[in-house]
Design a protein around this ligand. Structure first.
Ligand code: HMG
Length: 387
């Protein structure tokens, strides 16, 4: 399945809502030592969304930052990886396709397996472009991670979206066609129909995550004949930033100390954004990738390893290679500003925002959130977005 054509991420951006909760405030409110959240989980802030901002709003906003009119003519598919769908039938992708004015003769659909959905979308995009090299695919990984107030998972919530444009001859990163996959039917985190929040066995989920990584890492070494030295950085799905660090450290015994320090330094660069956002499920791995690209000094030709994990459990390890002058094609300034300009919520504001739900009475209700693509009306159970 190896091909000589370069295919990969031509553009990448992200969006978070304009509100966050400081983890010290949450710790104090829950009578917990703040160090448990800042050090024990590795989280400093958590992105919070008002009811008027959903995966469509976040996904469309992320993509709008990178798409030109030319791109909109060239896109053949819009794929949304998510586990926060608001509809069992209609996909968020077709709404985003409309909001962004993408040419009409396109496929639009949603794809799901817990946090793995973003990677499933990305790989599907790769396969399509390899068959149709002059066309482009828009991949969006968008989620709202909620476990409930006062729940064990509360400090590992978050939300946001990452958008990626997949093309041939990409400007940022090229696929190396070296994916290794692993599936194991397990109940560590799942959300049966009708449940607002996931059911989760937190400690089991940590264990399965680490076991999946070490297994897939061994398989990768065998199949692709690589070792840690072949990777300038390893990036991980980040449900909270300590999680990936634990998985990384699980393979430390097989490498020299300088190698451990090198990979841990890159890891620290890859988690800067997630420390301020929390879990965005499908988007978490890619927010980590974006953080690494924006905040490290990696150079063209460097190979980045990506570990994608979706509870339940499906995981994939693959690598991508950095392109010449990739830094020029990033929106690093904007990414820093986006995080820095958010409003800090009090605990009371957070709890109020958390409990607000869009009406489901079928009636007509208006909202006044001026944010790009925010919901401005719900009528007959249809959400209407700012355009
Ligand atoms: P918990 O029981 O609240 O916390 O659950 P804990 O007691 O395990 O402590 C957490 C860490 O804080 C520990 O560090 C403590 O030692 C440390 P570790 O030993 O593990 O390295 N700690 C402190 N450190 C400094 N000062 C202190 C202090 N106190 C304690 N004073 C848990 C934590 C993550 C399990 C919980 O929040 C949870 O259930 N979260 C949701 C599930 C989750 O995120 N799982 C991650 C793997 S599964 C995954 O990634 C998939 C997912 O994204 C979903 C999908 O695929 O769709 C979740």
């Amino acid at each position: 399945r190896r091909s000589n054509m370069t295919i990969g991420i031509d553009k990448i951006s992200f969006q978070v809502p304009n509100y966050y909760l400081d983890m010290t405030d949450l710790a104090n409110a829950r009578e917990t030592d703040p160090n448990k959240f800042h050090i024990g989980l590795g989280q400093d802030q958590m992105a919070i969304n008002p009811e008027t901002q959903d995966i469509v709003t976040l996904g469309a906003s992320a993509a709008a930052k990178i798409l030109t009119d030319e791109d909109k003519k060239d896109i053949d598919m819009v794929i949304v990886g998510t586990e926060s769908s608001t509809d069992f039938s209609k996909s968020a992708a077709v709404i985003i396709h409309n909001l962004l004015d993408i040419q009409p003769f396109a496929r639009s659909f949603e794809i799901k397996h817990a946090c793995y959905g973003g990677t499933a979308a990305l790989q599907q995009a790769h396969d399509y472009v390899s068959l149709h090299p002059d066309r482009k695919v828009l991949v969006i990984a968008a989620d709202i991670a909620k476990y409930g107030l006062n729940s064990g998972g509360e400090p590992t919530q978050g939300c946001g979206a990452v958008a990626m444009l997949i093309t041939k001859e990409p400007h940022i990163l090229a696929f190396n066609n070296d994916s290794v996959f692993y599936s194991e039917d397990v109940y560590d985190f799942w959300r049966p129909a009708g449940h607002d929040y996931p059911l989760v066995d937190g400690h089991l989920s940590n264990q399965i995550y680490i076991d999946s990584f070490t297994r897939i890492w061994e398989q990768n070494k065998k199949i692709n004949q690589t070792s840690s030295e072949d990777y300038a950085a390893l990036t991980f799905h980040l449900p909270y930033t300590k999680m990936g660090r634990k998985a990384l450290r699980a393979i430390f015994p097989e490498m020299p100390e300088e190698e451990q320090q090198r990979l841990e330094a890159r890891y620290d660069e890859a988690i800067l954004y997630s420390r301020q956002v929390g879990n965005l499920y499908t988007g978490s791995l890619y927010l980590g990738l974006l953080s690494l690209l924006d905040n490290s000094q990696l150079v063209a030709g460097d190979r980045v390893g990506l570990f994608s994990y979706g509870s339940g459990a499906v995981s994939e390890f693959f690598s991508m290679t950095l392109m010449e002058d990739y830094k020029k094609y990033l929106t690093s300034e904007n990414n820093h500003t986006l995080l820095a300009q958010r409003k800090r919520l009090t605990i009371a504001e957070y709890e109020k925002m958390f409990n607000e739900k869009l009406p489901t009475d079928g009636g007509s209700h208006s909202f006044s959130d001026p944010t790009d693509f925010a919901i401005n009306k719900i009528d007959g159970d249809i959400r209407y977005y700012n355009k």
